[in-house]
Design a protein around this ligand. Structure first.
Ligand SMILES: Nc1nc2c(ncn2[C@@H]2O[C@H](COP(=O)(O)OP(=O)(O)OP(=O)(O)O)[C@@H](O)[C@H]2O)c(=O)[nH]1
Ligand SMILES: [Mg+2]
Length: 453
């Protein structure tokens, strides 16, 4: 049996089977939650640290370091390379990375040295590949549409727009629908008019911190889904309940097209099985607006729970990390530097409340949850008191701001209350600030580390 492995063909087979272990991480994060900044920091840290010959790699605390021979970053097959240079250029010019409009990837390859005498001879190294995929957050919120018919989606979209906070931004769109004559045939002009109105609502609501916006893909530029050709909008239930209605027929057909030609391939390519799940959450947008916005975020996260997928036991886990196959999900609050250290415990409490609905969906599964805070780029400095921070404002003045404590619970927050978010700009010394990012080691440990800490 062993003899076979010495033969080139056998060795090759062995190599294909065991030498390449893939671990895929898609960070699940809504639009503007900080995914691209997080990947930019992650890649920059990995680069710097791997060039530093790993001595300063607390991130790999749980990986037997004697086994690591070398690690490097490489393009990911089938994906355009994650635009780290463009993002670093933006930071160099004191701008945050631009919103993502397409899918990008990269991989971290960790080459392991085998320690056992026999293994060492048979397997001079093992490449473990960690794949990272970045995508526009708008794509994510569209995935639950795969499970719905046009009519179901249309009805749920209406219902959501009738509730606050969405209702506050839907007035123009609702007026346009009230004034619209659905007895006219769905001509290209009439369709365009309705689509423009609906897109107007989506982008207005997005600018005002709404996360539950479907289809989010309609908000992106020209690279994604061709909504001008194959777009649709929700229809009043009097129309959508009649499947023979010309508007219902037309939009149902476009909706199916969206599911088949767009969402299915998106799910297969971009949101394929991930080994561990990180759900990146921006609480500041909600805090900036209102309590209803935070409840709305909570609702969005529980809708997304259906699209979460979990990894299974694999060779790497069993033999290198000695894990059992327990799924693990980390809910991570991004941009923690936007709040003083004195209030961060409260932010964590709020994070746990916002994820309650999503967690309840897994009550019957063996899933472990972690909650922690991260800042990919610590753009603020401690202020003169424990409750203040210093930061660079939009006029590029370095100023200090003091913070009220966050509410103890969401329920305690009054309907009018809101917590303005700091418009912190990118500091000139962004690089050391990336390398000292808060919570990044915890994040990497979660991704690469032992499950039984
Ligand atoms: N202070 C601070 N702000 C951050 C941090 N990370 C992201 N931001 C802010 O959040 C914004 C969105 O971050 P991105 O990384 O572009 O978010 P994204 O999830 O990639 O967004 P999409 O590409 O639109 O899906 C940035 O433009 C920054 O203003 C951080 O670590 N600290
Ligand atoms: Mg992005």
């Amino acid at each position: 049996m062993i003899d076979q492995w010495f033969m080139p063909a056998g060795r090759k087979h062995w190599a294909d089977w065991f030498l390449k272990e893939h671990h895929r991480f898609t960070i699940t994060g809504l639009s503007r939650s900080g995914k691209s900044m997080l990947f930019t920091s992650l890649m920059t840290m990995l680069r710097y640290r791997s060039e530093g010959r790993y001595e300063c790699l607390p991130l790999l605390e749980h990986l037997p370091m004697a086994l690591v021979e070398h690690m490097w970053i490489a393009p990911l097959e089938g994906f355009a390379m994650f635009e780290v240079e463009a993002h670093l250029d933006a930071l160099e010019n004191q701008r945050w990375p631009a919103p993502t409009e397409d899918v990008y990837g990269f991989k971290l390859v960790v080459r392991l040295r085998q320690s056992g005498a026999v293994k060492k001879y048979l397997l001079p190294y093992t490449d473990i590949e960690f794949e990272f995929i970045d995508y526009p957050g708008e794509w994510l919120t569209d995935l639950p549409m795969l499970q719905k018919s046009f009519q179901q989606w249309s009805d749920s979209a209406w219902a959501q727009q009738m509730n606050r906070p969405q209702r506050d931004y839907a007035g123009v769109w609702h007026d346009a629908v009230n004034d619209f004559d659905f007895d006219q045939p769905p001509t290209p002009e009439a369709i365009r008019h309705l689509l423009e109105q609906y897109r107007g609502y989506l982008s207005h609501a997005k600018q005002n911190g709404i996360t539950l916006l479907q289809p989010g893909s309609f908000l992106l530029g020209t690279k994604g889904y061709d909504w001008e050709q194959h777009g649709f909008t929700p229809l009043p239930s009097a129309v959508s309940s009649d499947i023979t209605h010309p508007w219902t027929r037309h939009f149902s057909a476009n909706y199916k097209h969206f599911q088949q030609k767009w969402l299915k391939s998106l799910q297969q390519k971009t949101f394929k099985q991930a080994d561990k799940q990180i759900i990146l959450i921006d609480l500041f947008e909600g805090l900036n607006h209102s309590k209803q916005h935070l409840y709305q975020l909570k609702e969005t996260l529980s809708h997304l729970a259906d699209t979460f997928q979990y990894g299974e036991d694999n060779w790497f886990s069993r033999h290198v990390l000695r894990q059992r196959s327990i799924s693990k999900v980390a809910f991570v609050a991004a941009k923690a530097d936007l709040i003083p250290a004195a209030h961060r415990d409260q932010l964590l409490v709020l994070l746990k409340q916002v994820t309650e609905g999503a967690r309840a969906r897994f009550a019957d599964k063996s899933v472990q949850f972690e909650h922690f805070l991260v800042s990919a780029l610590t753009a603020t400095d401690p202020g003169s008191t424990p409750t203040s921070l210093r930061y660079i404002n939009e006029q590029r003045k370095y100023i200090e701001a003091d913070f009220e404590p966050l509410p103890d619970t969401l329920a305690q927050m009054s309907a009018q209350e809101h917590f303005p978010v700091l418009p912190a700009q990118v500091p000139e010394d962004y690089l050391p600030r990336i390398l000292n990012g808060r919570g990044m080691d915890r994040l990497l440990q979660f991704l690469l580390g032992d499950q039984h800490e």
